[in-house]
Design a protein. Structure first.
Length: 242
């Protein structure tokens, strides 16, 4: 996938593009909670404020009202697709202050808490409603399927995939799967191999057919991975290739 204007000092605000910023607050919560500087509720609050202030300074929005925060709440439609979705996370230890931090982000920053879907889906839906005239602030590579401005809060980099580059990223994920979310891809196929497998595709139909071929003709596996990996653009959406 092509990276466009990925390195600072580039910033869309220098071109007068005063877009709203959609913040992946799940990342904020975990980043703050795992910080070595957090040892009390007060220090947890301070760390959240530092992370959010960093995002604000980096995206340079003047109007504080242009920021929206999204947290994943209860339920996820993906568990109805496969029952082992994110099963690899069940035994992982939660940071001590994660629940307190989440409550603080909700109270202090008026975060939207999703039900039945992930914060990523809510961000995808809002980005679509904004006709992709927005900035998504996160470290999650899944967002690169959405054709808008992206600010990587860890790498301090900017990206702007176009619509087809977003599709390429999505179909590449169908081939590789996602070990973080326990989504199985093709054995020994990583991002570079997947990119080579799709490099001659010029349309979404060709991307889809290449994935089906790679899965030995299994439309069902492509559909399953696609539904697990696709970030919603509309409420209650379930991905399928038209």
């Amino acid at each position: 996938m092509t990276k466009i204007d990925t390195h600072i000092p580039y910033n869309p605000y220098t071109e007068g593009l005063l877009y709203p910023v959609l913040v992946d607050a799940d990342i904020v919560a975990y980043s703050a909670s795992f910080s070595k500087d957090v040892h009390s509720e007060e220090s947890a609050k301070d760390q959240v404020d530092k992370v959010i202030e960093y995002i604000k300074n980096s995206t340079s929005t003047i109007d504080i009202g242009q920021y929206s925060y999204f947290l994943t709440g209860k339920g996820n439609f993906r568990y109805d697709i496969v029952d082992n979705y994110k099963a690899n996370r069940k035994n992982s230890n939660k940071p001590e202050y994660i629940d307190f931090v989440r409550d603080y982000i909700i109270d202090q920053y008026k975060a939207v808490v999703t039900e039945g879907q992930e914060a990523d889906d809510a961000i995808g839906i809002i980005a679509t409603e904004l006709n992709y005239k927005c900035i998504i602030a996160s470290v999650d590579k899944d967002f690169l399927q959405i054709p808008c401005w992206h600010y990587n809060t860890r790498r301090n980099e900017w990206y702007k995939p176009d619509e087809f580059e977003g599709l390429q990223h999505f179909y590449k994920q169908i081939l590789t799967g996602d070990t973080v979310d326990n989504i199985k891809g093709i054995y020994k196929v990583g991002p570079k191999t997947a990119e080579k497998m799709l490099k001659d595709c010029d349309t979404e139909q060709e991307l889809y057919e290449a994935c089906v071929k790679a899965y030995n003709g299994s439309h069902e596996k492509v559909l399953e991975n696609g539904r697990l990996l696709w970030l919603r653009r509309y409420e209650d959406e379930l991905w399928s290739y038209k």
